[in-house]
Design a protein. Structure first.
Length: 199
């Protein structure tokens, strides 16, 4: 913005501890957080190192390895992973933010993800359909076990600082349901692998 090309002096404070990994070298790119005091004066804080370029190299290497090792199945799995991410970002998250039941939304989203990814990764066959049905049944059983466990352990979903901030921003979200939804989506990959292998 308006601060482009601005030069800032960085001071390592005596009151704050700076580890070697946090210290900067010439050429390092960083993410800055800009704060304004009551007089409107800006204060810049180094938030973190900028890692996106290196993460893109890691991601590109991952895609190449998957396709080289697994061929068409690997490509199908990658497309399925992209669709899964799209379902989570365009369906599951918006519905939860609107205040809908996270457990129900997560189960519906998981079934959509499951159907697409299993057929993309393993093709259309009787074995794949059996694996899909078995995974669906396992997912329902996992959901029942999760509900019973969370109820018995009296888990509220308020486990981290971020969740408290989330509740302050949007108090319509059912945090216990969000915890259960996370368990359901987290179980998807394991159930998929187990049922496909058994089939």
């Amino acid at each position: 913005g308006n601060d482009k090309e601005k030069t800032l002096n960085l001071a390592y404070g005596k009151t704050t501890r700076t580890s070697e990994s946090q210290k900067l070298s010439q050429g390092d790119m960083v993410v800055l957080n800009v704060l304004k005091d009551q007089g409107g004066k800006k204060q810049y804080i180094i938030w973190d190192k900028y890692r996106l370029p290196s993460l893109l190299y890691v991601f590109a290497s991952f895609i190449i390895f998957v396709i080289v090792i697994a061929g068409k199945k690997g490509l199908g799995a990658l497309i399925g992973m992209g669709i899964s991410l799209m379902v989570i970002l365009s369906f599951i998250v918006p519905q939860i933010l609107l205040g809908n039941d996270p457990l129900f939304i997560s189960i519906v989203g998981s079934i959509i993800i499951l159907t697409v990814t299993i057929y993309l990764a393993h093709g259309f066959s009787q074995r794949t359909t059996v694996a899909l049905l078995a995974t669906g049944v396992s997912l329902v059983l996992t959901g029942i076990c999760a509900v019973v466990s969370v109820s018995l352990a009296q888990l509220s979903g308020l486990g981290t600082e971020e969740v408290y901030f989330l509740q302050l921003q949007n108090n319509t979200i059912n945090l216990q349901g969000l915890l259960l939804g996370g368990m359901i989506i987290g179980a998807l990959g394991v159930l998929d692998d187990i049922t496909t292998t058994q089939a």
